[in-house]
Design a protein around this ligand. Structure first.
Ligand SMILES: [Zn+2]
Length: 213
């Protein structure tokens, strides 16, 4: 052997990394083909290098995986936040829409009239009264009271059977005791006070009797 093992072993790292000169490369290869000790060292260095490369790729893989996970997480957070905002806007829109949706209440089962402490009072079950129209008509020595109430869809949805609202239709000091009949009439109230008895009877036919003296 032309060169001692120690020189070859000094050169081996350069040879493995393929950064030595052509001349050194030839010297190392000549030596390796004859020396089993240096060959063994060379092999183990090659294995080590392979492991390094593997480790490097593995760390790159983990890094890119982490980045992908991060991106997915950001995306999920963004989607989550957008959903919350969307739900909030939608909820608010629906609430406002329902609050603005004012309807005439159907009197069946949920509207009643009674005399409470001398005042004629109506009670709306399961909702709040938003607005009421009331007209008192006196004809042929009989007193009639016509009325209807409105509520909002929001109130109808957010209240329940145990909740009710009350409204005085005719207070005691306005001679509530002289009223003979109270009707729920959800039609046209124009000129109802000065109607003749025939026209008034037509209205009564289209009304619901809720209270009678
Ligand atoms: Zn050697």
């Amino acid at each position: 052997m032309k060169y001692p093992c120690s020189i070859i072993q000094d050169l081996l790292p350069l040879y493995v990394d393929e950064i030595c000169s052509e001349e050194s490369k030839k010297i190392v290869e000549d030596h390796l083909s004859q020396c089993s000790i240096c060959k063994e060292i060379y092999d183990s260095m090659c294995n080590l290098k392979q492991e390094d490369i593997h480790d490097y790729h593995e760390s790159q893989r983990i890094k890119s995986l982490k980045q992908v996970k991060k991106k997915i997480l950001y995306k999920q957070i963004l989607i989550g936040l957008s959903s919350i905002v969307l739900l909030f806007v939608l909820g608010f829109g629906i609430m406002t829409g329902l609050k603005n949706e004012i309807e005439i209440v159907n009197p069946d089962n949920c509207v009643s009239v009674s005399m409470i402490n001398g005042s004629l009072t109506t009670r709306l079950q399961g909702s709040r009264i938003y607005e009421a129209t009331i007209k008192r008509v006196s004809i042929s020595s009989k007193d009639y009271l016509f009325f209807f109430v409105k509520n909002s869809q929001w109130d109808a949805l957010t209240t329940n059977e145990e909740i009710y609202s009350e409204l005085i239709l005719c207070p005691e000091d306005k001679n509530a005791d002289e009223i003979d009949e109270v009707y729920y009439f959800a039609g046209d109230y124009e000129g109802i006070e000065s109607m003749n008895e025939i026209d008034l009877q037509k209205i009564i036919q289209n009304s619901k009797l809720l209270w009678k003296k």
